[in-house]
Design a binder for this molecule. Structure first.
Ligand code: TNX
Length: 530
């Protein structure tokens, strides 16, 4: 008898050693870390005859089911039919609200994701994809046991705005690469894509009533490349692609500074710099060159990377007619609530002119039914109720001015979330005016603790900007955005008490394997063991 038990135990141990060990549920490398996660019993094996069952109704529910199937089919090779009748992966939508919360229950028989809102269900799907072995990221069939340990998750985000910004002005980013970035954002439950559509070096969105903006202003970029722009149809395509992934596009037209591409396209708008109207005189047209021009003549296109030297003329009525057309045309094709008016680094705009300009532009944005976001300097003006100041400069004064007016801020502290900062002095691209931002710096901070007197109620959320002075292609985007974007996504999603660098540093290497599989050329920060 004794001998039999020992034989059985030995056989069991050998069998366990023979197959790949299933990690426990709580060891799953989910980023952002769910708020509640508990081990269960047994484990679920995804197998060829299984399917996806939709419980509830609505067009988006079907879309989410199909999205999940499209993510599971390539690597598993399974059919995974999506139906209302049966299936072992159950997607249950109990409402149609805007809730981003979801729950997951994994047992031996089924995986059930339930949510009260469509976005929540979509996030549950993202979590499920991360619960599966990383081979699920392959685009060709893998012979893998598709096991998920038993357990349960209850999850919802800390902040309602979790974003990233692409500067498509300094270097134009193709439609295809923007979609690629949207896919990566969706995997980390980010829900706002801010497009910095205009700057000194380029204008990147078709405006039908001012066609030279793209003909002239879109014709180059930093370094003198050919630039580019999105037609309104292409912009709508980005908006729709993002919306299917529960991401809202926030368009930015940066003004009154950062406007040389406009001034090069329409001389009538060009005040020159610090000049009284109408004088023929010498003006600094670009930081590098002095040229004789008459004010109201087009400036030269600019392909350098200096900031803070161009401005609109805030006394000129044509300026506001221009802004009105631009805000109207972009708002018409932007379903999201926000319009970003820029407002940063207007170093050559007189303070009074700046305030007057920002207040008039806010009114125009509000007339077209949108809420303004502006870089934090806009808080020196009177903000309309509900408008947002984006904290970037580390000028706490600006953030405090916003709060004193009863307005929220969006957190983009440059020493933590600027994806264009170099990781360290050896980084092959990136700037370092705000210092070096390695992975631990991007991870280890708390939005509510950065500015004295601020609480969660004062903060709309967190956004990580990718400025593209040194970014020219997808490999450059990958190198600067990953892994940092995943760290910032966790700061925005997971509550402070749940977050720890040690835990993140153990989970992110699993994502590194997925990025390798997907061909994402991420930076192997020496701060973690990959
Ligand atoms: C500052 S951040 C800027 C951008 C530059 C960036 C480079 C902000 C609102 N303005 O114009 O691209 O630094 O890091």
């Amino acid at each position: 008898m004794k001998k039999t038990i020992w034989t059985l135990l030995l056989a069991g141990t050998l069998a366990m050693g023979g197959c790949k060990e299933t990690p426990s549920f709580s060891d799953s490398a989910i980023i952002p870390l769910p708020q509640e996660l508990a081990n269960g019993s047994g484990s679920f094996d995804l197998s060829p005859e299984m399917g996806i069952q939709l419980v509830g109704s609505g067009e988006k529910l079907t879309k989410i089911g199909n999205y999940l199937a499209s993510k599971l089919r390539p690597a598993t090779g399974f059919d995974l039919p999506v139906s209302n009748e049966s299936g072992e992966i159950v997607l249950e939508l109990t409402g149609i609200g805007s809730s981003e919360a979801y729950e997951i229950e994994v047992t031996g028989d089924e995986v059930k994701i339930s949510a009260d809102g469509e976005a929540g269900l979509f996030y549950g799907v993202q979590t499920l994809l991360q619960l599966l072995p990383q081979e699920i990221a392959h685009s060709a069939v893998q012979s893998v046991q598709w096991t998920i340990p038993g357990g349960s998750i209850k999850d919802e985000p800390s902040f309602s705005y979790r974003g990233s910004m692409l500067d498509v002005a300094r270097h134009f980013i193709s439609l295809e690469d923007v979609k690629y970035y949207i896919d990566q954002m969706a995997a980390y439950k980010l829900n706002y894509l801010h497009l910095h559509l205009t700057d000194d070096q380029g204008w990147r969105i078709e405006i039908k009533s001012w066609p030279r903006l793209t003909e002239v202003g879109g014709s180059t970029e930093v370094g003198g490349g050919e630039g580019g722009f999105y037609t309104q149809e292409e912009y709508k395509e980005i908006v729709a692609y993002a919306a299917e992934r529960f991401i809202t596009v926030v368009p930015e037209v940066d003004m009154p500074g950062h406007t040389n591409a406009v001034l090069a396209s329409y001389g009538d708008l060009n005040p020159g710099i610090n000049l009284p109207d109408g004088d023929l005189t010498t003006v600094t047209k670009t930081p590098e060159r002095e040229v004789q021009v008459n004010v109201r003549q087009a400036s030269e296109l600019y392909t350098g990377i200096e900031v803070g030297w161009s401005t609109f003329d805030s006394d000129l009525e044509l300026t506001y007619a221009f802004v009105d057309s631009v805000v109207r045309e972009i708002s018409e094709i932007t379903p999201g609530p926000y319009f970003h008016i820029g407002g940063d680094e207007s170093h050559v705009t007189e303070k009074d002119d700046y305030i007057y300009f920002v207040e008039r532009v806010q009114d125009i944005v509000s007339k077209y039914g949108k809420t303004s976001i502006g870089w934090d300097e806009v808080a020196t003006a009177k903000l309309l109720p509900g408008n947002i100041a984006q904290y970037w400069s580390r000028e706490d004064e600006n953030a405090k001015l916003a709060k004193a007016q009863g307005n929220q801020i969006l957190m983009s502290p440059n020493t933590r979330v600027y994806l264009d900062m170099q990781y360290d002095s050896t980084s092959r691209i990136g700037l370092h005016w705000a210092g070096y931002v390695d992975l631990d710096a991007a991870y280890s901070w708390e939005p509510t603790e950065l500015i004295e007197g601020f609480t969660a109620a004062d903060i709309l959320g967190v956004e990580a900007p990718l400025w593209t002075e040194t970014v020219t292609n997808r490999a450059d985007i990958d190198y600067l955005a990953f892994p940092r974007l995943s760290a910032i996504a966790e700061v925005a999603w997971t509550k402070k008490e749940r977050r720890s660098w040690d835990s993140y540093a153990k989970r992110v290497p699993v994502h590194g394997k997925r990025w390798d599989i997907q061909g994402v050329g991420f930076y192997r920060s020496p701060k973690v063991t990959w």
